[in-house]
Design a protein around this ligand. Structure first.
Ligand code: GLC
Length: 781
């Protein structure tokens, strides 16, 4: 293990790097176009430009033959009809849409993309599309002085990724996630660039191992793949929200989750018996701490055989599930892909008999070691296998389970490479390909199989899925937790940029193991992490085997009291959060977002790692270090009210805020509003009363907020059973006027009025509501 010691930096150890030889695509020889797709034959390869939508274009290079334009795993959108104006000059071909201008230089073949105002988004300069003898394909792009990069899915480190290098290769990483630990479990080969207040995005649609080098070298950054085509989409923005809407138009949006999945979830590797689970549930109820989910980690199974229960420790799972359900708690079991090699185990028998496992070209089944020992791996790239696997979930759905936790689906294997042999073949629905090519989509396809199977079995109820691995588009099936972090303050700090960048990468439903997975947590860390968890989109406390227990009551009553306050706060904020989740499901915008998403013109927000926004008007500024009770908070332009103290702060500057252990700084933008519900009992979580907290603006400001609600667990909303209100808040010198401007949908909730509380009125301001009662607005006129 000399590489792990200082020997690694012994003088003379520097690697002698051979110069890498790229072949440039060369000069354009000829081109043709059909139906908004332009095909170019160049000196050393082929390229295509496809106008996908007004503000999305696709560029493809293939060194061997004309680009193949179908077969994406990530892209679900159909190409739209786009009107393209084309102008040809000597060495140039200009292609214009409403939102983009593409300039193709013929000699050498270079593509420059401009926005509709003629401002360069992406340009190639002396270097363009290239490849190497070994099949690697690369795009070089000029790095601009003010470029800042975000996204890349699940990466450690800071928010702004300029200067970093990343790889996409789904990997099980138990080793501490430090700022340079890469790759992790998810591969989302996509980034968003912010430059002087404007944003554009690039999605590199390639499933091979891909690399992004955002460290400027000779004026360029680059992205490359080990194989396949250089196939990427450029999204024109112009704002960060536009880029996200464009990216999620391409790769799909999150299905609206059941409300219960937004609640607090308790997990541990593992609660090992029914008795322990019942005890745990009882503790929550008796202590009045809300909880929606208890997870069953691998110990619930019989010898880690998926789709089975340990008969001694979990003899009556159905009864356990229904009793817990009575208490308002659901069980979510873990399901890993590895199927134990055991000739007497029905799942293994079916897999072998019906030829459903991954195999080598020569026909041998691939075996790898995971929790159950020698295991075979279903080939999720095949639709028959997905169907079979999905159907197997009846074991769970028929006893009342509505949520599944997919783990180890990179797939993780306990060997040197941490995964399956790259030479294993996948059926790939009739287009066989190696694991080297399809590794990164194994988790995505497992998630698809699980989600679709559960959806079919739940008779109209919404399934919940939690997955560790994924690829671009994983949001179509479920939520993501950020894997095996540790109970370190640094990992609490890392949670913020990591979850924000996942949100920018189209995955709005994400969160860390609150409290930290490995390593022993401690009271202060757990309390501070719970405060953050209460506002991260996914909220689960999970800890590893052998570490101290970290349920909210494990550190004495004072700490329990604080944690209870924040878990309850999560429920009070549920109407607001659920509206944001709905927004995410229709527009792709994240629930938890960086400040620059709302204030793109404010460069001070570009690498703000220790604050985040919930929606467009709330800033959370948690404490992320031990013994700290004062912190600086940056508030962008406008006025902001401290949600707890009511104190008003002027934006555009930094404030020093005092924060005791039981406090979490929450700032709401003046002139806007948030929705709150009440929390009555664990069993009855739907609020009977909705309150709207309006924070008075000064003059002539209008804020339109949407409020969304539905039954929270079925798909009835798809056929009109929802409530969507557009509420206008108009602050002027003498009044704050609140009115329901529009109501959509036919869902009838338990409340028929909204209690309006206006905060921070000036002496001359009065409240004007659109009905007689001065504290309520009615849903129905
Ligand atoms: C992996 C998961 C972790 C889980 C454990 C046992 O380490 O990341 O969450 O508890 O496996 O299943």
């Amino acid at each position: 293990m000399l590489e792990d010691t200082s020997f690694a930096i012994h003088p003379g150890q520097e690697k002698k790097t051979n110069a890498v030889i790229y072949r440039d695509i060369g000069d354009l020889r000829s081109y043709k176009h059909t139906n908004n797709s332009y095909f170019f034959a160049c000196e050393n390869g082929f390229a295509a430009i496809q106008f996908f939508a007004d503000s999305i274009i696709r560029i493809v290079m293939n060194q061997y033959h004309e680009p193949v334009l179908n077969g994406s795993y990530a892209v679900v959108a159909e190409k739209e009809h786009v009107s393209v104006e084309s102008i040809e000059q000597d060495n140039l071909l200009m292609l214009k849409t409403e939102a983009l201008i593409v300039e193709v230089k013929k000699v050498p073949f270079r593509i420059t993309i401009f926005d509709q105002n003629g401002v360069v988004l992406l340009d190639e300069g002396n270097r363009g599309m290239a490849y190497r003898e070994n099949g690697e394909v690369t795009a070089f792009k000029k790095m601009h002085a003010d470029d800042h990069f975000y996204g890349f899915g699940e990466k450690s480190g800071h928010l702004d990724k300029r200067g970093e290098k990343y790889e996409m290769w789904n990997t099980d990483v138990y080793a501490p996630h430090n700022p340079e630990t890469d790759p992790l479990y998810q591969s989302i080969p996509y980034f968003m660039t912010m430059r002087n207040g404007h944003a554009h995005g690039v999605f590199f649609d390639n499933t091979f191992r891909t690399k992004f080098n955002m460290k400027e070298k000779d004026g360029y950054f680059s992205f490359s793949a080990e194989g396949g085509q250089l196939d990427y989409y450029v999204m024109a923005g112009p704002g960060p929200k536009d880029v996200l809407m464009q990216y999620t138009h391409l790769t799909g949006r999150m299905p609206l989750p059941p409300k219960w999945a937004l609640g607090y979830q308790q997990s541990r590797y593992s609660y090992e018996s029914e008795k322990e689970v019942r005890e745990l549930a009882k503790n929550f109820i008796e202590r009045g701490i809300p909880v929606d989910v208890i997870h069953l980690d691998i110990h619930y199974m019989n010898g880690y055989r998926v789709f089975s229960f340990d008969k001694e420790k979990f003899p009556y799972p159905e009864k356990l599930i229904s009793d817990l359900r009575e208490m308002g708690i659901r069980i979510v079991p873990i399901v890993d892909p590895g199927v134990k090699k055991d000739v007497e185990y029905s799942i293994y028998q079916e897999g072998i008999t019906n030829d459903l496992f991954c195999k080598y070209l020569e026909g041998d089944v691939y075996f790898g070691d995971v929790w159950p020992g020698r295991s075979a791996f279903p080939d999720f790239t095949d639709s028959n296998v997905r169907k079979w696997w999905g159907n197997k979930h009846k074991v769970y759905s028929k006893i009342g389970i509505e949520g599944i936790w997919n783990d180890m689906n990179e797939p993780a294997v306990f060997n040197e490479t941490k995964t399956m042999d790259t030479s294993v073949m996948h059926r790939n629905d009739g287009r066989p390909a190696t694991h080297r090519e399809l590794h990164n989509i194994y988790g995505l396809k497992m998630a698809e199989a699980t989600y679709d199977g559960m959806k079919e079995q739940l008779n109209g109820k919404r399934p919940f899925l939690l997955t560790r691995a994924g690829f671009a588009g994983i949001q179509r099936y479920g939520s993501v937790w950020t894997g095996d972090n540790r109970s370190f303050w640094e990992h609490l700090q890392m949670t913020l940029p990591m979850v924000m960048n996942l949100g920018i990468s189209g995955v709005p439903f994400a969160g860390p193991d609150v409290g930290g997975f490995a390593h022993d947590t401690n009271a202060e860390l757990l309390v501070r992490w719970m405060q953050v968890g209460a506002f991260t989109p996914y909220f689960r406390n999970h800890a590893a085997i052998g570490t101290v227990y970290q349920e909210p009551w494990q550190f004495g009553s004072e700490n329990e009291f604080i944690m209870k306050k924040y878990i309850q706060m999560r429920y009070k904020w549920m109407p607001q959060l659920y509206t944001l989740f709905h927004d995410a499901s229709v527009k792709g915008l994240p629930v938890m977002r960086p400040l620059f998403m709302e204030y793109p013109e404010d460069v001070k927000t570009y690498n703000l790692n220790d604050q985040f926004m919930v929606g467009d008007n709330v800033i959370i500024a948690p404490i992320l270090a031990p013994s700290v009770t004062d912190r600086s908070v940056y508030l962008p332009r406008g006025y902001w009210t401290d949600f707890e103290t009511g104190e008003v702060y002027t934006g555009g500057k930094v404030h020093l805020i005092h924060v005791e252990l039981d406090q979490l700084p929450i700032f709401v933008k003046n002139g806007t509003a948030i929705m709150q519900g009440d929390w009555t009992s664990n069993k009855e979580k739907n609020p009977k009363q909705i309150s709207m907290h309006v924070f008075a603006g000064i003059d002539d400001e209008t804020y339109n907020c949407t409020f969304y609600d539905d039954d929270g667990e079925t798909f009835e909303y798809e056929i009109g059973s929802f409530l969507q209100l557009t509420i206008g808040i108009k602050s002027s010198k003498d009044a704050v006027k609140v009115e329901i401007r529009d109501r959509q949908g036919k869902y009838v909730p338990a409340y028929d009025k909204i209690q309006v509380n206006v905060h921070g009125l000036s002496e001359n301001q009065r409240v004007v509501l659109d009905n007689d009662d001065n504290s309520m607005v009615s849903l129905y006129k």
